[in-house]
Design a protein. Sequence first.
Length: 396
Amino acid sequence: MTTWYKNFSSQPHQAFFSNGMIFFILFLSLLLGVYTQKISINSSILDYHAYSMIHIVFIQFFIGFLYVVFPRFLVQAQIKVSTYMKHFYLYFFSSVGFFISLLFANDYLFLFSFTLLIAQILSFKTLYEIYKNSKVTNKYDAKWILICFFAGLISHILFYISFFDVSFSFTLKKLAINSGFYIFLFGIIFAVSQRMIPFFTQVKVPEYKINKSSKIMEIFFFLMLLKVIAMFFENAYFALISDTLFFVFIVNELVRWNLPLFKVSAIMWVLYLSLFWIPLGFFISVLENSFSILNINFIFEKASLHTFALGYFTTILLGFGTRVVLGHSGRTPYANSFTKFLFLVLQGVIILRVFASFTLNSNLNYVFWINISSFLLLLILLLWSSSYLKILLKGK
């Protein structure tokens, strides 16, 4: 047991990736249980789905990744095992408590939300201290990761306050979700993507030249801030402008990057593929706001949001996850036939989830298609875990 724990805790990504995947499966199972009426809970979908995905699931994957790469970005000593494992336990037991509270005792949600907030504050403090102590001259990417992380703390505080029964709780939750999703999660994932994907590409294709906008993160942050403000005021004209600007920005950026699609392996192709879901998501959002302005009666539900959450976030999460799990366990980071199949099916699930949103405009059964897409995503996560979670749990 002592040997296993030493191996499991030897690298931060092993503990946090394991946590993230286990709770991804649990909270997705909860969502499926509620929609199939097998489970009954008193919380709103904002509590059991939005909060859990932002502040329990996705955050733990990227904390695991950042705890590995941040010291390398900034040429600092690795984070002590005792430090990151304390954070791991706080996240783990708080996540378990939140999950159990959803099922049996909603009155305790605020307690475990508070301990999750404390865990997030400790994570930010750890990364900020590495940043502050670093003497490297180029801290651009690390700075923007921290800015987006800090926005996540603000989002989490707003969500925590909303657990108390005040007159503006629902407004706070919406603001917390929008800022948490678009500025915090999207921001950190994009900051990591624009740093690592071109770098990985240059390693694999030496003749590839990195060509990004010099102020890429400043533009990103400004446009996402505009989007969150537009969503808060529910102004279709404002939203149309912000979404159109971001669509133009990301298309221009991807054209500039000129990624060598046919010169890289499948595991790199997965990372590229995730990026192309971003302009599609904003195109859907542009259509939604245009339809609203033109009074065209068409329901988009959360089509654009799930294009980002599944198409970009989940695809890149599993892509980076596969690469990191294999590479940091002494294996060659590549996608075998089984993994390629899972990623292919995932793309179909993304399309299916977007289709489910559009079924609200027809006689098709919306809940049925939501359940099908949720079940298939759950199956993908379980199959991925059957190969890679056991590597994480075994440790190096």
